[in-house]
Design a protein around this ligand. Structure first.
Ligand code: DP6
Length: 327
C-alpha cells in the first residue's frame, strides 16, 4: 500500500489520567475511562515518498514547525524499526475542530497516525496492539482507537504489554450528549505532559489521587454497563475535582479554570442537586464538558446563556473508533 487515509475522534475522560508510572514508555500511573466523540475528527493521509530521506509533516495544510515535525518523525521511527523498512513518508493531518475547543487533538492525532502507519508498513496490528502503540504517542490516544465508552488499563508490567484500552459499551448502547462550553479561546499555558510531571513531583495529594483511582474505575465501569447515569455523574465529578485538586496543589500551581469555568460548575451542580440528569468534567484547560441525555441539552444551554456564561458551544454525540477510508 502506497497511500492511506484514516479518521479518528478525540475523547473525553470521565475517570481521568494524570501522572505516569514510566515516562519513557508513556505508561500511565492510573487507569482511565473515556467516551469517544462523534462529529469532531482528525483526518490523516500518509503517502510513501520515493527518493527522499526525510518525512514531510503537514498540519492543517501548513508545513509543521520543526519541533512538532521531529516529534512525529520519532514516532514514525518506531514503525520503521518494527517493520525493518527504511521508507520515508508524507503525513498530512487536519482537524475539523478548533484548538479552542480545549480537546486534546493529540488523542485523535496519534490514534489516526498509529492506524495509518500500521497500514502503510503492513504491520497488521489488531485493535489492542494499535492501542498500545498509540499510547506511545499520547496516553489518551490509546483510548481513541475505540468508539463508545472505553477503559485504558494502566497495567503493572514494566514492558507496558498490559497497558492498552478496551471498549466497555458502544455509542448506541448508551447515547449521551456532550455540550462543550467554551469559556476562553487562548491556548493553555502548561501542557498536560509537563503539568502531570510537575504534579507527580510536587503535589502532596498526588499519591492519594493514584490510590483512589482504582475504586473510581471499578464503580464507573459497573455504572456504565448498568447505564446508571447518576453514578456515572457522581464518579465523573469526583474524578475531575480530585485531578484539579492535584493540579492546584502542584508547585507552581496549575490553575486551568477561570471565573466562568467556576460559575458553570456551580450552575451544573445546582441542576444536578435538583436531580436534573447532568454532570461536568474539565481537562487541562478552562472549557467545561457537560454531559446529559439526548434531548435535555437545550435546557442546560439556555440556562448558561441567560447567565452570560457561554459565548460559544458545541453539542456532540458519542462516536466510533478509528477507521480507514477511501480517498
Ligand atoms: C487532563 O494524554 O495528553 O486530558 O500521555 O503525556 O500525551 P500524554 O498526556 P495526555 O493527557 C491527558 C490528560 C487529561 C485527562 C485525560 O484525558 O484522561
Amino acid at each position: 500500500m502506497d497511500k492511506v487515509t484514516t479518521l479518528a475522534h478525540p475523547n473525553i475522560a470521565l475517570v481521568k489520567y494524570w501522572g505516569k508510572r514510566d515516562e519513557q514508555l508513556n505508561l500511565p500511573a492510573v487507569g482511565s475511562i473515556s467516551v469517544t466523540l462523534d462529529e469532531l475528527q482528525t483526518r490523516t493521509t500518509i503517502e510513501k515518498l520515493i527518493g527522499k530521506c526525510q518525512d514531510e509533516i503537514i498540519f492543517n495544510d501548513v508545513i509543521a514547525d520543526e519541533k512538532e515535525a521531529e516529534k512525529i518523525r520519532k514516532y514514525i521511527d518506531l514503525f520503521r524499526e518494527k517493520s525493518n523498512e527504511k521508507i520515508y513518508l508524507k503525513v498530512a493531518t487536519s482537524n475539523n475542530f478548533p484548538t479552542s475547543a480545549g480537546l486534546a487533538s493529540s488523542a485523535s492525532g496519534f490514534a489516526a497516525l498509529a492506524k495509518g502507519l500500521s497500514e502503510i508498513f503492513e504491520l497488521k496490528l489488531n485493535a489492542q496492539e494499535l492501542s498500545r502503540i498509540a499510547r506511545l504517542g499520547s496516553g489518551s490516544a490509546a483510548r481513541s482507537i475505540f468508539g463508545g465508552y472505553v477503559q485504558l488499563h494502566k497495567g503493572i508490567l514494566p514492558s507496558g504489554e498490559d497497558c492498552f484500552a478496551e471498549q466497555i459499551l458502544t455509542a448506541d448502547d448508551f447515547p449521551l450528549k456532550t455540550i462543550i462550553a467554551i469559556t476562553d479561546k487562548t491556548p493553555k499555558k502548561v501542557s498536560s505532559r509537563k503539568g502531570m510531571k510537575e504534579s507527580q513531583q510536587t503535589s502532596p495529594y498526588y499519591n492519594s489521587w493514584v490510590e483512589s483511582s482504582d475504586n473510581d474505575l471499578l464503580v464507573m465501569k459497573k455504572a456504565i454497563i448498568e447505564k446508571d447515569f447518576f453514578t456515572i455523574a457522581e464518579i465523573s465529578i469526583q474524578s475531575c475535582l480530585k485531578m484539579h485538586s492535584v493540579m492546584m496543589t502542584t508547585q507552581p500551581p496549575l490553575i486551568y479554570w477561570n471565573s466562568k469555568t467556576f460559575a458553570i460548575i456551580e450552575q451544573v451542580l445546582k441542576m444536578y442537586n435538583e436531580k436534573f440528569p447532568v454532570f461536568f468534567t474539565i481537562d487541562a484547560g478552562p472549557q467545561v464538558k457537560i454531559f446529559t441525555f439526548e434531548g435535555e441539552e437545550k435546557k442546560i444551554i439556555e440556562n448558561l446563556k441567560n447567565l452570560n456564561l457561554i459565548d460559544e458551544h458545541f453539542v456532540i454525540g458519542i462516536g466510533k473508533g478509528i477507521e480507514t477510508i477511501e480517498d
